[in-house]
Design a protein around this ligand. Structure first.
Ligand SMILES: Cc1ncc(COP(=O)(O)O)c(C=O)c1O
Length: 478
């Protein structure tokens, strides 16, 4: 059949209009340049293993055993043959790796190739609940423990974000408050679902802290336009800012949500990326406040960086009832999850491993701790190297503590009539460094920024940063 006979199709206009700068025009140009043989450093996306970060060995050893259980039988045979007399540790798997893989396979019952329960296997949800309680120092009788039945395993945090927004955006005037700048998954999903994006603006110069007056103003302006605001999204540590919210800001958000009857969506995928401090979760801060809370976590970031394996979870607290029905929000989420059958099992196992690190004193404990520490220390060191380079760039200011995987400096001087888009494009053409301009994440009108993921190897940064400084100072002088 000739192509001319195929009729045009009408496609959901919301999807056509959706934008996602992290894979937008600048990265697309970078891919073209790479094809032409240019050396490109991809700092446009938080994809650690694409920039050489090694996977944690403990995770991969277990994954390979559960995917190929024949290796476990072979290991047992080998142990019998070799016996206690010749202990060739290099030939044999560590005891805890073997035991953990056997335990997982026992619990998975039908193995890795079968659909699981839609929410995810109970033993994984129970392990997540224990992880949350331990992280938040919740003890037995205080009624604040995580409930495994209110936890959903997902294909990465992206899926969790989409399912919650799908439920909340029920009418065209339904609005979701998102920080500006934000991770564009939120603006794109709100657009796709036909809801209203309601911007609020953390204060850049005070390290991206949140002030009550600014939240009040944002909701007031939205309501004036007839928007029915349903939830507030908080990304902590932040993307693209990398900023870490102080506890005062978290309290403001909770009080604000409570008074305005909003749910909180706490995107905490960078909870291991706080470097010089301790992570405080929204679940802990919400405590007994009767505020619906959706918390997200993922295997993609932290020190694990297992983006491609698509694992994550959603934890729901204070689930509201669903108006006009006998159902609770959880019931509808279960129904929604069941339509997709289940999340992928490799991602599920990685989530399990993320929340159950090797026990202290076990055979893998020391090497696991070493690999984890090395990755986190290197990330922080790379962030510091880049931040230091900004001090040699005219009018470049980067606020807030170092968190997540990104720096988001403000570019105060630009040639007249140009924006951060031209800046990033020319930075790419000149140095091969692929970043994303601030507009892709949203920014206060009249300001310009860029986001850089601090993932490339330090040697690569040492080479490209002097070129960037040189480019910058020439560019801004016009
Ligand atoms: C703030 C934030 N939330 C969610 C995601 C998506 O994570 P996942 O890979 O788990 O879908 C990302 C990815 O970069 C992110 O930065």
């Amino acid at each position: 059949m000739s192509h001319g006979l195929i009729r045009d199709v009408v496609v959901n206009a919301n999807i056509i209009e959706m934008e996602y700068a992290v894979r937008g025009a600048i990265p697309q140009r970078a891919a073209e340049l790479k094809k032409q043989g240019r050396n490109i450093i991809f700092c446009n996306i938080g994809n650690p293993q694409a920039l050489g970060q090694r996977p944690i060995s403990y995770y991969r050893q277990i994954l390979s055993l559960v995917e190929d259980p024949g290796q476990i039988s072979r290991e047992h045979q080998l142990r019998k043959v070799v016996g206690a007399s010749i202990r060739d540790a290099a030939l044999m798997l560590k005891e805890d790796v073997l035991q953990q893989a056997e335990y997982i396979l026992h619990k998975m019952e039908s193995g890795m190739g079968a659909y699981t329960e839609s929410r995810g296997p109970a033993f994984i949800r129970e392990a997540i609940a224990r992880f949350i309680d331990e992280r938040d120092q919740v003890s037995g009788g205080d009624g604040l423990r995580a409930n495994p039945d209110h936890i959903f395993l997902t294909n990465g945090a992206s899926d969790a974000v989409k399912s919650v927004l799908e439920m909340l955006i029920a009418a065209p005037q339904d609005g979701i408050m998102i920080p500006i700048p934000q991770y564009p998954l939120y603006s794109a999903a709100i657009k796709k679902l036909g809801g209203v994006q309601v911007n609020y603006y953390p204060d850049e110069e005070s390290g991206w802290s949140l002030e009550r007056a600014m939240l009040d103003e944002s909701i007031r302006a939205a309501r004036e336009q007839g928007v029915n605001v349903k939830a507030i999204v908080v990304i902590n540590p932040g993307n693209p800012t990398g900023a870490i919210l102080d506890e005062g800001s978290m309290r403001e958000v909770i009080a604000f949500a409570h008074e305005n009857n909003l749910a909180i969506m706490a995107d905490e995928v960078y909870q291991e990326n706080v470097y010089d401090g301790r992570f405080v979760s929204f679940a802990k801060m919400v405590g007994r406040a009767p505020v619906p809370l959706f918390s997200l976590h993922s295997v993609s970031k932290g020190f694990y960086g297992e983006c491609g394996h698509r694992g994550g979870y959603l934890e729901v607290r204070n689930a509201p009832r669903v108006q006009g029905t006998d159902a609770n929000f959880i019931d509808i989420l279960v129904k929604q999850a069941s339509v997709s059958l289940c999340s992928n099992t490799v991602g599920q196992i990685l989530v399990y491993l993320m929340v159950t690190p090797p026990a202290p004193g076990s055979a893998s404990a020391a090497s696991f701790a070493r690999e984890k520490q090395q990755i986190l220390e290197e990330l922080y060191k790379k962030a510091e190297i880049i931040k230091e380079a900004f001090t040699h760039m005219e009018g470049m200011h980067c606020f807030g503590r170092i968190g997540a995987l990104y720096l988001f400096p403000r570019i105060d001087h630009l040639p007249a009539g140009t924006s951060d888009f031209e800046y990033c494009m020319q930075l790419l053409e000149t140095t091969g460094l692929c970043t994303v301009n601030g507009r892709g994440f949203g920014q206060k009108p009249g300001t310009h920024h860029l986001r850089i993921a601090f993932l490339p190897p330090a040697e690569m940064l040492q080479e490209v940063l002097p070129q960037w400084i040189d480019f910058h100072n020439r560019h801004v002088r016009g």
